[in-house]
Design a binder for this molecule. Structure first.
Ligand code: 5AD
Ligand code: SF4
Ligand code: FES
Length: 367
C-alpha cells in the first residue's frame, strides 16, 4: 500500500492545517502534489469561482529610495536608467485599461515618501476616478508611507494596497534588507496594520526560494497571512539579479524549476487555508515557465496583472532577470493573455472589479 498518498489524503481532509502539515505538503512528491492541486482547484471553484480578474499593471517609475538586497532597481544600482512617467502617459494607460474592460489598475513604482511624489499620486487618483466614473478599481503598490498619506490616498480613490512582507521571519528579513531606519521590519508590519485599519483591501506576499529560506519559513509565511487576516496575496519565486548584493549567494539557491514548483504549492496551500481571498498569479512565475501564470490559475490563483506599461519603459523596470513581456505592448499582452486564460479553464471577469470576498467579511466582522 502506498502510505504517502494515504498520508496526503489525511492532511488534505483536515479542517485546519498545522505547520507540520504545510511543510509536508511543500515537500510532497509529484503524485501527492497533484492531489493537492486537485483539491485547491475545487476550493477555488467553490469559493471564488472559475474566474480570473485583471489588474492592469502600470510600472510608472523605477526611481526608488530603498536598497533591498534582491531588487534590480535598488537605489545603489547605478546601471539602471531611471524613468518616471508623466501624468498624461499614466492616464492614457489607465484609459486603455478602462476601454478594454480590465476592471482595475495597479500603480506600482519604486518607494518614495517625498511631498512631490505624494501629491502626484493624489492628483492621479482623483483623475482616474473621474476618467472612469469611479468604475475602475485602483490598487497602489508604493511601499511604506505614513498613516496620513495612506489615508489621503484612500480618500482620493485608492481602495486596495499591496505591500509584501517579503518574509515573515525577521532574521531572514534582515538578510534581505539593510538593518536601518529606512528598512525596518516592524515599520512594515505597522504599515500593513494601518492599511487594514483604514479599510483598504490589504495585500501582502513573500518571495519563494530565497537564499537562507527554509520550508518552515514558508509554512510560517502562509500562517502569517492567515493570522493577519489578509485580503489578497501576491507571491512568486525569487529570481536572482546579477547587479544586486544577494546575487553573491546564488550557489545556495534551489534550481529555478524547483523554486517554480514550490511557488505553485504555496499558492495551492494558501487556497486551502484562505478560501475566499484573492491570490495573484505573479509575473515572476512566467520568467521561469512560459505558461507559469496559467499554471498558477489552475491551482488556486484568481488574479492576473497584465502589464500595460508603455513598452519603451518596460526594459528599465527589471526587478529580476528574464522578466517576460518587456518587448510587447499592452494590446499584445491583452490578446495573448485572453487565449491563455481560456485554455486554463477560467472566464475573465471583464468589467468587474473582482474585489476580495474576504475583505467584505473582515470589514463586516469589525462593525
Ligand atoms: N525576484 C523576485 N521578486 C522580486 N521582487 C523584487 N525583486 C525581486 C526578485 N529579484 C518583488 C518583491 C517586491 C515586488 C514589487 O517585487 O517581492 O515586493
Ligand atoms: Fe525599491 Fe521595492 Fe525594489 Fe525594494 S523591492 S528596492 S522598495 S522597488
Ligand atoms: Fe505579455 Fe503574453 S502576456 S505577451
Amino acid at each position: 500500500m502506498d502510505t504517502s498518498v494515504n498520508n496526503i489524503s489525511n492532511i488534505l481532509a483536515k479542517a485546519d492545517l498545522t505547520k507540520q502539515d504545510i511543510v509536508s505538503l511543500l515537500k510532497s512528491n509529484v503524485e501527492d502534489r497533484n492531489e493537492l492541486y486537485r483539491k485547491s482547484a475545487l476550493i477555488k471553484e467553490e469559493f471564488v469561482g472559475k474566474y480570473t480578474y485583471y489588474r492592469g499593471l502600470i510600472e510608472f517609475s523605477n526611481i526608488c529610495a530603498k536598497n533591498c538586497y534582491y531588487c534590480g532597481i535598488r537605489l545603489d544600482n547605478k546601471n539602471t536608467s531611471r524613468y518616471e512617467l508623466d501624468e498624461k502617459t499614466i492616464l492614457s494607460a489607465v484609459q486603455f485599461a478602462y476601454e478594454n474592460n480590465y476592471g482595475s489598475v495597479v500603480l506600482q513604482g519604486g518607494e518614495r515618501e517625498d511631498k512631490v511624489f505624494v501629491e502626484k499620486i493624489d492628483s492621479l487618483l482623483k483623475k482616474i476616478k473621474k476618467l472612469s466614473n469611479g468604475e475602475l478599481g485602483v490598487t497602489l503598490s508604493l511601499g511604506e508611507q505614513t498613516k496620513d498619506v495612506y489615508n489621503r490616498w484612500r480618500e482620493s480613490g485608492a481602495h486596495r494596497y499591496l505591500l509584501r512582507i517579503e518574509s515573515s521571519n525577521i532574521d531572514l528579513y534582515y538578510k534581505l534588507h539593510p538593518n536601518n531606519k529606512k528598512h525596518n521590519f516592524e515599520r512594515r508590519l505597522e504599515a500593513l496594520q494601518t492599511l487594514q485599519t483604514l479599510e483598504y483591501q490589504t495585500g501582502t506576499g513573500v518571495m519563494i526560494g530565497l537564499p537562507f529560506q527554509t520550508y518552515e519559513d514558508l509554512a510560517n509565511d502562509l500562517l502569517f497571512f492567515r493570522d493577519f487576516d489578509i485580503d489578497m496575496v501576491g507571491m512568486g519565486p525569487y529570481i536572482e539579479h546579477a547587479e544586486t548584493p544577494l546575487f553573491q549567494h546564488k550557489e545556495k539557491l534551489l534550481p529555478l524549476t524547483e523554486r517554480f514548483n514550490l511557488s505553485l504549492k504555496m499558492i495551492a496551500i494558501l487556497r486551502l487555508l484562505m478560501k475566499d481571498i484573492n491570490i495573484a498569479a505573479a509575473t515572476a512565475l512566467q520568467a521561469i515557465d512560459p505558461i507559469g501564470r496559467e499554471k498558477a490559475l489552475k491551482v488556486g490563483a484568481n488574479i492576473i496583472m497584465p502589464n500595460i506599461t508603455p513598452t519603451i519603459n518596460r526594459k528599465n523596470y527589471l526587478l529580476y532577470e528574464n522578466k517576460p513581456c518587456i518587448d510587447e505592448g499592452a494590446d499584445d499582452c491583452t490578446n495573448c493573455l485572453e487565449a491563455r486564460i481560456n485554455i486554463a479553464g477560467d472566464t475573465i471577469g471583464y468589467g468587474k472589479k473582482g474585489d476580495s470576498k474576504h475583505y467584505y467579511k473582515r470589514i463586516s466582522k469589525k462593525k
